[in-house]
Design a protein around this ligand. Structure first.
Ligand SMILES: [Ca+2]
Length: 439
């Protein structure tokens, strides 16, 4: 291996061709290249380069860099100013609102906050401000239009307020008057043009009595079966009238005399009524509903046992709702001698209870059907302190208390002892009459 020192005229040349040379070392040469260390396999020898201090002369165009730096600084300042302008936008908008409320619509350019004006070359930010001003101007116009419309509507509302309640009432009165006139006209024309429509009813009934009290007031004093029309839309039906006792005018809705008629009946039978009006019967829930719906009635209940004891219970309110409401009972205002068995206590109260039958359970007893257990239809609670539709026993009986029952009857609380026989009733009657009836 040889030691070689090479002088290179240019650094770039030396780097591009780092080859060893035998020409020796030139005196005062600023750049020196010499071998260092031992060559390895394949003539790969390490070299050491010595470089002198270097000064590079840049072209004039590099002055642009300085200018660019200055412009960059300028742009930075512009960006900062724009940021401050945006922060001031909020206060500008508030001023705009106030401005519009005061009814002024001038352009807002003069009202810009300090530092918001365009400075230098910052087109994006500057055009943004212009766009904003255009938008604000448009908004100002829209708000002015809205203001005009509101004023218009306010005027209309004031016009409408002239129509006070008195005016409205008089208008309604006139309308009602007109409708009444039309109805009267139609009614009279129907009477003259459609005689066949009213003829059958007129032929069948000489007098449209609503119940037995109407017959009584006309002087009828005989007990018996009469035709009544409590509600003209629901036709005529027959009832038994008690015209001789207690002032007369009583429409009987239930009667027990001898046990000839079973009261262990279905919902449909209790609905329509069953039995014989001159003997034992249930007038029918639909009929009872019609009789109690059209007039306020009182209910009188009469009871007699096989010992000849007779008592009565009177209720100042008695109403049976329609089938849709499951013939719900309203009963109140007790007076009498038999005791208030229909409203015995809070656990046994038949007021406001639905009607149940052996085939329809509407009672308050969750574990079974009171109607089936006591073999009758009645306004069962859970289950009863009274049941006038129970089985007719001809004498005292044992077992299930499914006979006619009135819980406040004499010695009823001790009926089990000492005989354990149950009370039986000889006759029962339920009848109604208008509350304001005066014989
Ligand atoms: Ca039940």
């Amino acid at each position: 291996m040889r030691l070689a020192v090479l002088c290179i005229g240019g650094a770039l040349l030396a780097i591009a061709a780092p080859q060893a040379s035998d020409e020796g070392t030139a005196p005062g040469c600023p750049l020196k290249l010499k071998s260092a260390g031992t060559c390895g396999d394949g003539d790969e020898c390490p070299y050491q380069v010595t470089l002198p201090p270097l000064t590079i002369q840049l072209p004039k165009q590099f002055r642009l860099l300085e200018k660019t730096m200055r412009e960059l600084q300028s742009l930075r300042e512009t960006v900062n100013q724009l940021k401050r302008s945006c922060m001031a936008c909020t206060s500008t908008r508030q001023r705009l609102d106030r401005y519009l409320q005061e009814g002024k619509g001038e352009t807002l350019v003069q009202d810009q906050p300090e530092g918001a004006e365009r400075r230098g070359d910052a087109p994006p930010a500057g055009s943004g401000m212009q766009e904003m001003q255009v938008k604000m101007s448009r908004m100002s116009n829209s708000l002015k239009n809205a203001r005009g419309q509101i004023t218009l509507l306010q005027g209309r509302v004031e016009e409408l307020s002239v129509l006070n309640m008195g005016t409205v009432e008089s208008i309604v009165d006139r309308k009602v008057e007109n409708i009444t006139g039309v109805i009267n006209k139609l009614s009279s024309s129907c009477t003259s043009l459609c005689p066949q429509a009213t003829a059958p009813q007129a032929a069948n009934i000489t007098f449209a009595a609503r119940d037995c009290s109407d017959y009584s007031l006309l002087g009828q004093r005989k007990n018996g079966v009469y035709k009544v029309v409590p509600d003209p839309q629901n036709g005529i039906f027959e009832v038994y009238c008690e015209m001789e006792s207690y002032g007369g005018g009583w429409t009987v809705v239930q009667q027990r005399l001898n046990g000839s008629v079973s009261f262990n009946r279905t919902w449909a039978e209790y609905k329509n009524g069953f039995g014989d009006l001159r003997g034992e019967f249930w007038l029918g829930n639909d009929h009872i509903h019609l009789l109690t719906k059209t007039r306020d009635v009182v209910l009188r209940i009469e009871l007699e046992d096989f010992q000849g004891v007779r008592e009565y219970a009177k209720y100042d309110e008695f109403y049976v709702a329609n089938e849709f409401l499951r013939y719900k009972l309203s009963i109140s205002g007790y007076s009498g001698t038999a005791g208030n068995a229909l409203s015995y206590d809070k656990h046994f109260n038949h007021d406001q209870k639905f009607f149940s039958t052996p085939d329809k359970d509407n009672d308050m007893y969750p574990s079974g059907n009171c109607g089936a257990y006591y073999s009758s239809g009645w306004w069962f609670d859970a289950c009863m302190s009274a049941n006038l539709n129970g089985k007719y026993y001809h004498k005292r009986y044992k077992g299930v208390r499914n006979g006619i029952f009135w819980g406040t009857w004499h010695n009823m609380s001790s009926e089990y002892y000492p005989t354990s026989y149950r009370q039986a009733f000889k006759t029962v009657r339920m009848m109604i009459r208008p509350k304001n009836y005066a014989p």
